[in-house]
Design a protein around this ligand. Structure first.
Ligand code: URA
Length: 239
């Protein structure tokens, strides 16, 4: 099997990213740096990435976490803040989060060691749907909601069309709850979109990602995806 494919199959990264890692000299086969992604590896070869042994045909894991606020959704944090990894410590695999949620955002976060699936689910060309519930300051009128769904200027670029529903308002607290469905996933996108219409987000929760919802999962707990859910994800991104 080609080395880049081996790394992707082992869940290290997507095949494309594996190719760059190989070219950057991060990968050794039987103790020697190999810089050509097309080099073939066989059963019994020892493959390492940055000195760490990588086993192929490792079992794939698919975990759905209901992320609480206060956790960073990266594998490591240089400032030693708590990360989502602490909630899946008992899973015996090198999992990583599929995409990001801000530290103060809660909700559905998929975690896996399936590199190709993770890559496709986060790649803009696959337009994977994400549904957020945003509690915003103030009571946005129809015109503002229309602007939000048609696209607003966020950091010099226009957001793509989104579906926006007003779920409820609290006149007493002067807040509204919006449901925003996005097919793109830029950094802090929901917060920037709501800021653009002058209704900043007070609280953000991701209800669904790629058709998956947390259902009855308590914040901080996770469940393993069913075979059917995994198949649906594969179909969604053409695998
Ligand atoms: N949009 C945001 O602003 N934050 C998130 O965590 C996710 C989407």
């Amino acid at each position: 099997m080609r080395l880049a494919k081996y790394l992707a199959k082992a869940g290290v990264s997507s095949r494309r990213r594996a190719e760059s890692m190989i070219r950057e000299g991060m990968v050794k086969v039987n103790g020697l740096v190999v810089e050509q992604p097309q080099v073939k590896v066989e059963a019994g070869d020892s493959v390492t990435v940055n000195g760490k042994l990588v086993k192929c045909f490792e079992k794939k894991h698919y975990i759905l976490l209901n992320k609480p606020p206060g956790y960073i959704s990266t594998v490591h944090d240089t400032h030693r803040r708590p990360t989502v990894m602490s909630m899946v410590e008992d899973v015996d695999a090198r999992l990583y989060p599929v995409g990001r949620l801000d530290a103060d955002t809660s909700g559905v976060l998929l975690m896996t060691n399936d590199g190709e699936l993770a890559y496709r689910l986060t790649h803009p060309s696959f337009q994977v749907k994400k549904i957020y519930h945003a509690r915003v300051k103030g009571l946005p009128n129809r015109k503002k909601l229309k602007q939000l769904s048609e696209g607003v200027n966020i950091g010099g670029e226009r957001s793509a069309r989104a579906s926006v529903r007003l779920l409820n308002v609290s006149v007493e607290n002067n807040t509204a709850l919006l449901e925003i469905t996005l097919s793109e996933g830029r950094k802090r996108q929901v917060k920037k979109m709501c800021e653009a219409i002058n209704h900043p987000v007070l609280k953000l929760h991701r209800e669904r990602f790629a058709g998956l919802s947390s259902g009855d999962l308590l914040e901080g707990s996770y469940r393993v995806l069913t075979e059917k859910e995994i198949k649906n994800l594969y179909r969604l991104v053409g695998l």
